[in-house]
Design a protein around this ligand. Sequence first.
Ligand SMILES: Nc1nc2c(ncn2[C@@H]2O[C@H](COP(=O)(O)OP(=O)(O)OP(=O)(O)O)[C@@H](O)[C@H]2O)c(=O)[nH]1
Ligand SMILES: [Mg+2]
Length: 359
Amino acid sequence: MSERYCPGCGAKIQSVHPDQFGYVPEHLLEQDAIICQRCFRITHYGRPELGAVKAHEALQAIEDGLAWASGVVVIVDVLDFDAGLPQEFVSLLRGRNMVLAVNKVDLLPAQTPLEEVQIWVRRRLKEYALPKVEVCLVSAVNGYGFPKLADAVEGLGQRVLFVGVTNVGKSSVLERLLTMRIGGGKRRGIKPTVSPYPGTTVSVSQWQCPGATFADSPGFVPVGRISDLVSTEQAVKIIPHRSLSSHLYPVQTGDLVLIEGLCAVECLQTGPEGLLLGFTGSGVRWQKSTRKHLEKWLNKERSAFDQWEARQMKLRAGQDLVISGLGWVSARKADFQLLLHIPAGVKHFIRPNLIGPKK
Ligand SMILES: Nc1nc2c(ncn2[C@@H]2O[C@H](COP(=O)(O)OP(=O)(O)OP(=O)(O)O)[C@@H](O)[C@H]2O)c(=O)[nH]1
Ligand SMILES: [Mg+2]
């Protein structure tokens, strides 16, 4: 009998190990269209069954997918742009016929001019030595940008692979394209499995469309995102789903901006007018304090993460300090000398402001 794969997550179907990917109880194997028990439970009960795909297995599947593909749709999350393009991942993509879909633009504040975001993305891409890639700003939730994306995908040949780091919305983007003319337009009973938990898709899963085959892939597992270091329940609270919340603080030398349990931004020096504007998902609690409370705060938070690091940096007015997998603080009206207290291993990036006045 030929091997079968779960269309939801790409895992090979098996009915021996309920605690492994691809499990389907034996009595259901007779059915024509089946998804694995994990995809069924994720979709119907929202339960994060069996955890995430392993990094090395995901990488192998992505490499196999790239060997098969004629073209690639690279998906990144607009809020965590740099975490979406780790160097090892970008090097797999060089020389490919590709389109960049910058997803989740619905999470930006409503007044954000998307033309400016487009220019911002183009500038960031130069830093990754990807200057010529076609960029589409999209939202898989509300369909923004999909007509343009569909046109771009038509130029990628007959075997199109959807790739990106975990949880950026690869399966969601693919699912939406399947409902459009390019994907055949008909309602399908079975869809790519989407969930708020990173590591949902476990292998390459192909979808036949009128003029091409689309393939979903597991997420490249990035290093250093805070959302991957906390429990699944906490990750879902941290990752923005519906909107960003923003927090504006006038900050002076000696002030501390705290993000509950996750990081502290200590101001070593700034001008009299300095403002820090913080952006995270709405499940994250912010607080302003002063340096004298830092030790107490760190002692309380040490229970959650064994090791913390302090990193000193200069943040100029017009720049964002991004804490990978969490959010960012944006410097306004003055330059800042900061000391960032953060769990060991979490990456940070400094970039030009994504939202608001550009310098
Ligand atoms: N707000 C918003 N959420 C989105 C969008 N696209 C996807 N999501 C959410 O992001 C989460 C991850 O989506 P998936 O499509 O499963 O992401 P993925 O990249 O396939 O994830 P893995 O398979 O785990 O690598 C889900 O909670 C989605 O509902 C979007 O455009 N806007
Ligand atoms: Mg997926």
